[in-house]
Write a protein that binds this ligand. Structure first.
Ligand SMILES: Nc1ncnc2c1ncn2[C@@H]1O[C@H](COP(=O)(O)OP(=O)(O)OP(=O)(O)O)[C@@H](O)[C@H]1O
Length: 271
């Protein structure tokens, strides 16, 4: 399929797997960060995980991406069980993530940061690439063309040669999203994609996330504090509080749930 900007998806939406999180518990020395949490991310949807500070959102992301090991429970992507895998193995199954704090190489230009995202897709070995053998060169050209396509899709076409460290914060957040897309993911985990952005940048990022879903059909799971953004973007919302799931449903339903209102008011009163 082809998006407005001409970027094409490697996967058909029908081929996108469902993410099933079942009864996941994570304990850290006496503290239960996640307590029997379950939810399902349907293929090609935007699913948000929200909750007050310390609710367990980051822990949830870290379990899904293989950074933390669940104490019990299961996470399945299509037919694959993720809870026993390491981060690079989860990434190899097509799960890409962005971070709350940008994790890019500031001295490298946008192009190289995006090419690093394609590492798992590189077939020619290290040696072949180093010797610049013909097959490796051909592969390099293919990756560069794809990176240019993705950069155009996220509005970075003119900045491919610019070192990331010279870019404003909001643009760097887009580079991070582009790098995740460069992995050709089937599931994208976005950790607070608009944190620290001004209102104009927030709107742009929200539009971009919508077009990732619509043009590429990639499933998106996002953790986000900006409620307006969540309500506008998400097809479904899971609400955590003290590690427990207190609500799960369409945004309009969740927004009016007394348990959710109570959890957020409780935080405000406490802070
Ligand atoms: N590596 C760790 N070791 C010990 N405790 C941890 C660890 N990671 C998270 N926690 C604890 O688990 C609980 C859930 O934290 P988590 O960061 O997942 O919440 P959160 O919802 O992402 O919060 P925030 O919105 O503030 O980012 C907190 O009490 C936190 O202190």
């Amino acid at each position: 399929m082809t998006g407005e900007s001409g970027v094409t998806s490697t996967y058909q939406p029908g081929g996108m797997p469902r993410l099933e999180v079942r009864d996941v518990t994570v304990r850290f020395a006496g503290l239960t960060a996640l307590d029997g949490v379950s939810f399902t991310v349907e293929p090609g949807t935007v699913h948000a995980v929200i909750g007050p500070n310390g609710a367990g959102k980051s822990t949830c992301f870290n379990v899904l991406s293989g950074v933390y090991r669940a104490t019990s429970g299961s996470v399945r992507l299509g037919g694959a069980e993720l809870t026993t895998l390491r981060p690079h193995e989860v990434a190899a199954l097509g799960v890409a993530r962005t971070f709350q704090n940008i994790a890019l190489s500031p001295r490298l230009p946008v192009r190289d940061n995006l090419l690093l995202g394609r590492h798992r897709l590189t077939r020619s070995g290290f040696v072949a690439a180093g010797l610049r053998l013909p097959r490796a060169r051909r592969e390099e050209r293919t990756h560069e063309a794809r990176v240019a396509e993705i950069a155009a899709f996220v509005g970075l076409a003119d900045l491919l040669g610019t070192p990331v460290g010279l870019l404003p914060y909001g643009v760097r957040k887009r580079v991070e999203l582009a790098r995740a897309l460069a992995m050709e993911p089937r599931l994208l985990l976005l950790d607070e994609p608009v944190a620290g952005m001004n209102s104009g940048e927030r709107v742009e990022m929200a539009d971009l996330i919508v077009s990732v879903r619509e043009s590429l059909g990639i499933s998106i799971l996002l953790v986000e504090h900006d409620m307006g953004m969540v309500m506008r973007l998400a097809d479904r919302v899971t609400v955590l509080d003290f590690g427990r799931r207190i609500a799960d449903g369409p945004p309009a339903e969740v927004q009016n749930d007394p348990k959710v209102i109570g959890a957020y008011l409780g935080t405000e009163e406490g802070s």
